[in-house]
Design a protein around this ligand. Structure first.
Ligand code: SF4
Length: 336
């Protein structure tokens, strides 16, 4: 898909002291994006819906001064951020409820300082391997064309004896990563789904074909590779479409002989998320009917609605069988 171009960019004056900040500003100027140097981002929509859509087209180039990284169990030891929020409008995204009414995108330019913090965490855990996730509050590939920061991270981890990076994305902007000597220290995971789920609920993200072709490119560069199938949904034709997805993946990855991991997550929602989704996407086709679900206590202190046991078992069995039948080299890390 075409790289995201914001409608407006705010620039934190501190960002201009960094090379990446200067390069990004020049790039934005070339694109004729309106720029405002400010410590404050102003989103002045007439209502919350307008605030949301304006925010999703606004970036704020700034710095990330976080010194102590948050843990990120179970997927990695720690998480760090090259940006927050993303240009996607996934209706079910859990960030909907955590990033407030104005989820404009912060893009961090002080990459060397961010890498220094990562290095400290690796050194403190020596001689053990320390793993890092960079997609917890953003999509790290969606905004890469503005900074080149993820490429620098992959190069950093390549040279790190004990550091490992995990990337997750719904975007196909991967060409800049293909010729890096990654040293198998970065694992790419693509978030994939059926055509129905992508077309109806994952607006402004790469398409079914684009994501699979991006994963093929990454596989041809021999990166460690995985897929997250999430959120898995039950709808008319779901079996046929999940089968199509796995068969298509198999076809495109036939030359990749390294292990492939799969993470499977069924669709779930909380009452808070439902309320927000219905405000932001009033015509949503998401199944948010509590009568079709059962309650499950979540790790973040909230009940969530998941499929009833017999339905979730059917999902798990059907998709796991498809994966094992088609990928000899695969492991399913979890179904939740
Ligand atoms: S691409 Fe990822 S982070 Fe962005 S809205 Fe979609 S699910 Fe959320």
């Amino acid at each position: 898909m075409k790289n995201f171009i914001p409608d407006k960019a705010y620039i934190d004056p501190r960002a201009l002291k960094y090379d990446v900040g200067q390069i990004s500003v020049n790039h934005l100027k070339e694109l004729n994006i309106p720029i405002e140097i400010s410590r404050k981002v102003v989103i002045d929509g007439k209502n919350s819906l307008e605030n949301y859509s304006k925010s999703k087209k606004t970036i704020y180039l700034t710095v990330n001064k976080q010194k102590k990284l948050k843990p990120c169990k179970p997927s990695a030891d720690y998480q760090f951020s090259l940006s927050s929020s993303c240009p996607g409008h996934c209706e079910y995204c859990y960030l909907q409820t955590t990033q407030g009414e104005k989820p404009f995108m912060k893009v961090f330019v002080n990459i060397d300082e961010i890498l220094d913090v990562i290095k400290t965490h690796i050194d403190n855990n020596h001689p053990n391997i320390t793993t890092f996730e960079c997609g917890s509050i953003t999509d790290p590939v969606a905004l890469e064309h503005l900074t080149g920061n993820l490429k620098k991270c992959i190069e950093f981890f390549s040279n790190s004896e004990n550091g490992r990076l995990r990337v997750i994305t719904k975007y196909d902007n991967v060409d800049s990563f293909l010729n890096i000597d990654h040293n198998n220290h970065t694992k790419f995971r693509f978030s994939i789904n059926t055509r129905y789920v992508i077309n109806n609920f994952e607006h402004n993200t790469s398409s079914f074909e684009e994501r699979i072709m991006a994963s093929k490119k990454i596989s041809s560069s021999q990166y460690p590779l995985g897929f997250i199938i999430a959120p898995i949904m039950i709808y008319d034709n779901w079996k046929t479409e999940y089968k199509e997805l796995i068969i298509k993946l198999k076809k495109e990855l036939k030359d990749y002989n390294n292990p492939i991991t799969f993470e499977l997550i069924q669709h779930r929602f909380t009452s808070t998320a439902k309320e927000l989704i219905l405000t932001r996407f009033p015509k949503t086709k998401l199944d948010l009917n509590e009568d079709n679900r059962q309650l499950k206590w979540g790790p973040y202190g909230k009940f969530k609605y998941v499929y009833p046991k017999e339905k979730s078992s059917e999902l798990k069995e059907y998709i796991s069988n498809l994966i094992y039948e088609n990928f000899e080299n695969s492991t399913i890390e979890y179904f939740t």
